[in-house]
Design a protein around this ligand. Structure first.
Ligand code: HH2
Length: 280
C-alpha cells in the first residue's frame, strides 16, 4: 500500500511514524517548548534522526478545552517553520490545521500532507485539498475541542466513526481526490470517553477494513494517563508505546507520536512479528 504525498510516495507496507512538532504555546504535551523557528528545526531534525517518516507541524492546540487560534497567528507560527524544514529535511512535512488559508500557505511553503482533525469540513478546505497533490488525513471528531469531552454519546462508536469516515471519503472522491492520497483516523480523545477510545482501539480492524491506511494518534493522551492512574505527560511513554504496538498489530499504518525513537524501536519489533505471521 502506497500513499501519494506531494513529491513523496510513502511505502506503507510497514507502519510508519509521524513525529509531532507542536509550535503552540499551549499544547497539552509539549506546549511552549518550541518557541522559535530554530528550535523547531532542531527538534524536527532530531525526530528524523530517530527515524520519523513524516513531521506533523501544528500551530493550534486541539486539546479538550483549547481556545481557537486566529488565522493570522496560526500562519505566523506554522509557515516559517514549514519553509525552514522544507529546505532542510528530506521527509514529507504535514500541516496539522483545519483552516483552508493555513493549508494553502503551508502547501506553498513545502508541506506534502494536510492533517485535518475536522476532515476537510471547514470552508473551502476540500477544494484547497483537491487542488493540491498532498496526502490528506481525514479524522473523526465529535463536536469542537472547546466542548467535545462534555458527555459524548454513541450507540456503537466503531460503526459511527466508520460511517463518518466513509462519508468523508465519498465527498473527497466526489471532489476529484484520488483514494491513494487519503488516510483515515478515528480521532482518539476527540469527543470520546475512555471507554469509547478503548472500543475504537479494540475494534480498529473494522476501520482498517475500509481499505485505506489508518493513522492512530494516542501518544501521551489522557486515556494513557487515566489507565496508569493519572500520570503526568512526561511519564506516558511506555503506555503510549503499548498502544502504538497494539494499533500496528491491528493494521494501523501511521503512528503519530511525540516520543519518536522509542516508538520506532517498538514498531520494528511489531513489524517483525507481523511479517512472521504473513500479514500486512
Ligand atoms: N491528535 C492531536 C492533534 N492532531 N491529528 C491526528 N490526525 N490524529 C490525532 O490523534 C491528533 C491530531 C492532539 O495531540 P497533540 O498535537 O499532541 O496536542 P495539541 O492538540 O494540544 O497540540
Amino acid at each position: 500500500m502506497n500513499l501519494l504525498c506531494g513529491r513523496f510516495v510513502i511505502d506503507l507496507s510497514r507502519p510508519r511514524v509521524m513525529g509531532v512538532l507542536n509550535v503552540t504555546p499551549d499544547s497539552f504535551s509539549d506546549g511552549g517548548e518550541i518557541a522559535s523557528v530554530d528550535r523547531a528545526v532542531s527538534r524536527a531534525r532530531a525526530m528524523v534522526g530517530e527515524g520519523a517518516d513524516i513531521i506533523d507541524v501544528g500551530g493550534e492546540s486541539t486539546r479538550p478545552g483549547a481556545e481557537p487560534v486566529p488565522e493570522q497567528e496560526e500562519l505566523r507560527r506554522v509557515v516559517p517553520v514549514i519553509e525552514a524544514l522544507a529546505g532542510e529535511l528530506d521527509v514529507p512535512l504535514s500541516v496539522d490545521t483545519s483552516k483552508p488559508a493555513v493549508m494553502r500557505e503551508a502547501l506553498r511553503a513545502g508541506a506534502a500532507m494536510i492533517n485535518d482533525v475536522t476532515a476537510l469540513r471547514s470552508g473551502n478546505a476540500l477544494a484547497v485539498a483537491a487542488a493540491s497533490d498532498a496526502a490528506l488525513c481525514l479524522m473523526h471528531m465529535r463536536g469542537q475541542p472547546g466542548t467535545m469531552q462534555q458527555n459524548p454519546v454513541y450507540d456503537d462508536v466503531v460503526a459511527e466513526v466508520s460511517g463518518f469516515l466513509r462519508r468523508r471519503v465519498a465527498e473527497a472522491v466526489a471532489a476529484g481526490i484520488r483514494q491513494d492520497r487519503l488516510v483515515l483516523d478515528p480521532g482518539f480523545g476527540f469527543g470520546k470517553t475512555l471507554e469509547h477510545n478503548l472500543e475504537l482501539l479494540a475494534g480498529l480492524e473494522r476501520l482498517v477494513d475500509l481499505g485505506l491506511p489508518v493513522l492512530v494518534g494516542i501518544s501521551r493522551k489522557s486515556m494513557i494517563a487515566t489507565l496508569l492512574g493519572g500520570r503526568p505527560v512526561g511519564e506516558r511513554v511506555h503506555g503510549s508505546i503499548a498502544a502504538a504496538v497494539i494499533a500496528a498489530m491491528k493494521g494501523a499504518r501511521i503512528i503519530r507520536a511525540h516520543d519518536v525513537g522509542p516508538t520506532v524501536d517498538a514498531l520494528k519489533i511489531a513489524t517483525a512479528i507481523i511479517d512472521a505471521g504473513g500479514e500486512g
